[in-house]
Design a protein. Structure first.
Lengths: 792, 153
């Protein structure tokens, strides 16, 4: 039987999605449901003097109105920060309380203050209009660079500083810098982004008055984790009385990791009002209240010798946490950022210093890549600038500083198990026709256009686990993953996973893996996820961890199935255990070549008695049935890496930047389904180009979000992109038995610096910040023209 | 309240709804045809695209009452006799979808493109789909799907 792992298998989930049979949260309706509409703060920072619900309560169709007062009285807990980060001086990070409904003070536009439940959505909206909140508006803190000099937003958080974190050795860096021939410096802003999954957040809650169980249908990347947080910290219900279902989820990109206010409030309220509740965000609510991404202000320096060897690196960053610290909010700008900021290079000395500040803006958390795009942008802008200032070729300077021995002990934290960075960059150069660029540049010039080429090489630490490592770095939970494989008596198999697919194609790839392990057709396998009542516990999907952690749990559970199957088959075939071989779905007695299929063995496992020909096939010490589970906790992160090359052409008359060519060569270890991996890379690159050229989240000085709909926030469209040219190299990961590495975030990590390096190259080295909009580029072209004229 | 009568996916339907009921709401809430999605409320994202009298429109910015008597085709009405429409099959073949949320609108829009122009170029496909936002795929495999479907339709 040919291996399914490695094949371009069409997706199982597509049949339902393509016919409108997907079942997303907003598609769910429950008899007798009420509709929730939230009253949100219109101010970025305000004292809540009073909330008057009397008129709303009298409004037609309104069932109930609840506020921060009631939720506090019921002692429902707030939202949490999942990682404890310590400052350089050893002090604990400062985390303010984040109640599900603000009672005394509102800290960002959109923060929920009260909620109205009514018989229809229109009535709920009308009721919400009638809730009167008396605010005392306070001066908002908006700009992260100024936050430490501004009024403290939260009591007990001096200078709005959550932590002042250091990773690395300042003294060693100073010594390295003293030896340098040249210091390369950059000042960067990593623009704030809104993840913008196409499905807006939603929840539907059903409280069963008989069993006292709450069922929460929600748009989550990690339903088990949501239940844990809501139960342990929210006190909404004990875990055994809370079922969280994340059905089909329309994209996440990090924004659906967190448990949100609305989920806690609706779950709590459903029990209180004894009615089902439905809440669906409008797009503007998503813009205002989904966690945002990036938002760093960075000064970084690279110490180099005149022949291009890197000696030292330092990075001083202010990271904007927004109004509150959420699940991955505090770790994203620290351990997900700092260690990767030295890039794919041997740099003897380095440090990263990050000051995380609170501002009166939406909370900032993980967004595709989480910390690693910011890290890669920092180092790859420096490296490109170093090449420019030293007059070196931009690929040569990279090659010169790549490690060639693996495992590679990276400067700050990680030991990278495998990789071949030279091969990746060589392949990218070839595929991009790097050597032919100058001719293309001349051609563009002849057409009155400016052409630039940009390179970036990246590695990233993903497959977020292993528990031992992440817990030592401050994570509040272990980041293993679980799986259960149920081989049913009649031959169908259910694979339960704690990971969650919201576009990642687990129905298909996980079935491919299990089919190979068990030697059965993929069609016999159903992958089940997204329901805390089905299968074992799980940590969910983010940080490119589904395959490298969750997939391996499936492999291990399948291996246990085969081991038990061997014992049963030996008994059935009346041979010793060591005479049984499992191959292509059959247990074979080596000497006699007698066989039992895995289906026959499974059937026998459920018939542990004696009748006619059937003779008690369960060996002594084994139990009936054929169900196995596994919790997998890897020994290391996974370290995908690669090199991307981009060519842009700029029209100096309009400032329009056209991405002409984009080449990506990535090493994801062994690839389970190349078609799906390519799709992940395409999507990541598109989001990264979006960051580099189009997307920006703009608050005004009072903290109003100016980009709160698709009319103001530029979402990349089909005609913004060329056809991406993808290639792969392969070094197997050694930290898991499949040799796989995460692929979900790489595109978004590598592409922003690749594109910006190309834009800056086209602009003759003139620095420009993301997004490189037509307006900014046009101005830069004018400056360039002036300085060229002067030089002439 | 207004009585709205339409032919949806070949079946005549008639419902009494508030005057301001959007076609997207009518399809989703009154007919339980939840394959038509709403992604933005401002008619940019195109997740809500359906066909009205054979042409693609955004159902989130169309009043149900405004198209009284029209023939509507939604994503649920595209496959015939249990067989995927060539555009649906092409999306599957080329991996033109990931999370599936924008997909119904994307497919309906793409079908209209091929009705309008038989063999569009890559650039024409990309420009036509300007009103459909996908956050997952980077559009490359969607373009491939439309080209694939063009050979079959």
């Amino acid at each position: 039987m040919a291996s399914l792992v490695g094949s371009r298998v069409e997706r199982k989930e597509d049949t339902r999605f393509l016919q409108g049979k997907g079942r997303y949260t907003a598609d769910i309706n429950i008899a007798n449901q009420t509709y929730a509409v939230f009253v949100r703060s219109p101010h970025a920072r305000a004292k809540i003097k009073s909330v008057d619900t009397s008129k709303a309560l009298k409004s037609s169709g309104v069932v109930a109105v609840l506020t921060g007062k009631e939720i506090a009285e019921d002692k429902i807990g707030g939202l949490i920060a999942g990682w404890a980060i310590r400052s350089e001086d050893g002090s604990e990070m400062k985390v303010p309380a984040n109640p599900p409904l603000a009672k005394d003070v509102a800290n960002f536009v959109g923060e929920p203050i009260a909620v109205v439940f009514a018989e229809t959505l229109d009535e709920a909206k009308e009721g919400a209009e009638k809730v009167k909140v008396d605010y005392k508006v306070l001066k908002a803190v908006v700009d992260p660079a100024d936050a430490m000099k501004s009024d403290a937003i939260h009591d007990g958080v001096d200078k709005n500083l959550c932590y002042d974190w250091l990773l690395g050795d300042r003294k060693a860096v100073d010594e390295a810098f003293a030896k340098a021939d040249k210091i390369i410096k950059v000042d960067l802003i990593n623009n704030r982004l809104v993840p913008n999954a196409m499905e807006p957040r939603a929840c539907v809650v059903d409280y069963n008055t008989a069993s006292e169980e709450i069922t929460l249908y929600t748009t989550s990347q990690n339903p088990h984790l949501s239940r844990l947080v809501m139960s342990a910290f929210g006190g909404v219900a004990p875990e055994n009385k809370l079922r969280v279902v994340a059905p089909d989820v329309g994209g996440g990109f990090g924004s659906k990791i967190n448990v949100y206010n609305e989920e806690i409030v609706c779950s709590w309220a459903s029990k209180k009002i004894e009615r089902p509740i439905k809440w669906v965000a409008e797009r503007t609510e998503s813009f205002l209240t989904d966690t945002h991404g990036r938002d760093h202000v960075t000064h970084a320096e690279l110490a180099v010798t005149k022949d291009g060897k890197f000696l030292g690196f330092k990075n001083e960053t202010i990271a904007n946490l927004g109004a509150y610290a959420r699940v991955f909010g505090t770790v994203t700008p620290t351990y997900l950022f700092g260690p990767c900021a030295t890039g794919v290079y041997v740099i003897p000395a380095a440090y990263s210093n990050v000051k995380a500040v609170y501002t009166n803006t939406a909370p900032v958390d993980a967004y595709r890549g989480a910390g690693r795009p910011e890290a890669t942008y920092t180092i790859e802008r420096l490296v490109e600038k170093a090449a420019m200032e030293l007059g070196m070729d931009k690929t040569e300077i990279r090659m010169k500083n790549f490690p060639t021995q693996f495992p590679f002990k990276q400067t700050l934290v990680h030991t990278v198990d495998s990789g071949d960075y030279v091969a990746g960059l060589e392949k990218a150069k070839q595929m991009a026709d790097y050597a032919g660029f100058e001719a293309r540049r001349k051609q563009s010039e002849a057409n009155g256009k400016l052409r630039g080429i940009g390179v970036s090489s990246y590695f990233e630490a993903c497959g977020i686990a292993p528990s031992a490592a992440v817990m030592s770095l401050g994570c509040g939970v272990g980041l293993w993953e679980s799986a259960e494989v149920r081989f049913n008596p009649t031959g169908q198999i259910s694979v339960f996973t704690g990971a969650h697919s919201h576009g990642q194609s687990h129905d298909t790839t996980f079935a491919q893996i299990a089919a190979d392990e068990l030697g059965v057709p993929m069609e016999n396998i159903d992958v089940v996820h997204g329901d805390t009542d089905k299968g074992t516990f799980g940590m969910g999907t983010y940080g490119s961890r589904s395959l490298t952690v969750g997939g391996i749990a499936i492999v291990n559970a399948c291996k246990k199935i085969v081991e038990k199957g061997k014992r049963v088959a030996a008994k059935m075939l009346e041979v010793n255990l060591d005479e049984i071989e499992f191959k292509n779905g059959e247990f074979v007695a080596i000497k006699s070549n007698k066989k039992k299929t895995i289906g026959e063995v499974a059937f026998a496992c459920y018939l542990p008695g004696q009748r006619d020909e059937m003779k008690s096939p369960i060996p002594e010490g084994d139990e009936p049935g054929l169900i196995e589970s596994s919790f997998f906790d890897p020994t290391n992160f996974s370290f995908p890496a690669g090199s991307h090359i981009c060519e842009v052409e700029i029209d100096p008359d309009t400032g329009n930047v056209k991405v002409e060519k984009y080449t990506a060569v990535d090493d994801f270890g062994r690839i389970v389904n190349p078609m799906i991996v390519e799709g992940q890379v395409h999507g990541g690159i598109a989001q990264g180009i979006g960051q580099a050229l189009h997307e920006n989240t703009q608050y005004d000085e009072t903290g109003q979000l100016m980009t709160a709909s698709y009319m103001d926030y530029t979402m990349p469209r089909a005609d913004n992109f060329p056809e991406f040219n993808l290639g792969f190299t392969c070094t197997h990961a050694t930290s898991n038995p499949l040799g796989v590495k995460g692929c979900g975030e790489a595109g978004a990590i590598a592409s922003p610096p690749t594109v910006m390096n190309a834009v800056i190259d086209a602009l003759g080295g003139q620095e420009i910040s993301m997004p490189a909009t037509a307006e900014k580029v046009w101005k830069a072209c004018k400056t360039m023209k002036k300085s060229n004229a002067k030089a002439a | 309240m207004t009585k709205v009568t339409l032919e949806v996916n070949g079946k005549k339907v008639s419902k009494e709804v508030p005057d301001h009921t959007l076609l997207s709401v009518f399809l989703r809430d009154n007919l339980n045809l939840t394959g038509t999605h709403v992604g933005c409320d401002t008619s940019q994202c195109g997740a809500c695209v359906v066909h009205v009298n054979g042409k693609s429109i955004k159902s989130c910015s169309t009043l149900a009452a405004d198209i009284e008597g029209s023939k509507v085709t939604t994503i649920e009405g595209l496959a015939k006799d249990g067989k995927l429409h060539p555009m649906q099959a092409a999306f599957k073949k080329t991996h033109g979808l990931q999370c599936g949320y924008c997909t119904p609108g994307m497919v309906m829009s793409a079908v209209d493109l091929l009705q309008t122009k038989k063999n569009p170029s890559d650039q024409e496909i990309r420009e036509w789909l300007e009103g459909n936002i996908c956050r997952c795929t980077g559009y490359q495999n969607i373009v491939a799907a439309v080209k694939e479907a063009a050979t079959k339709m």
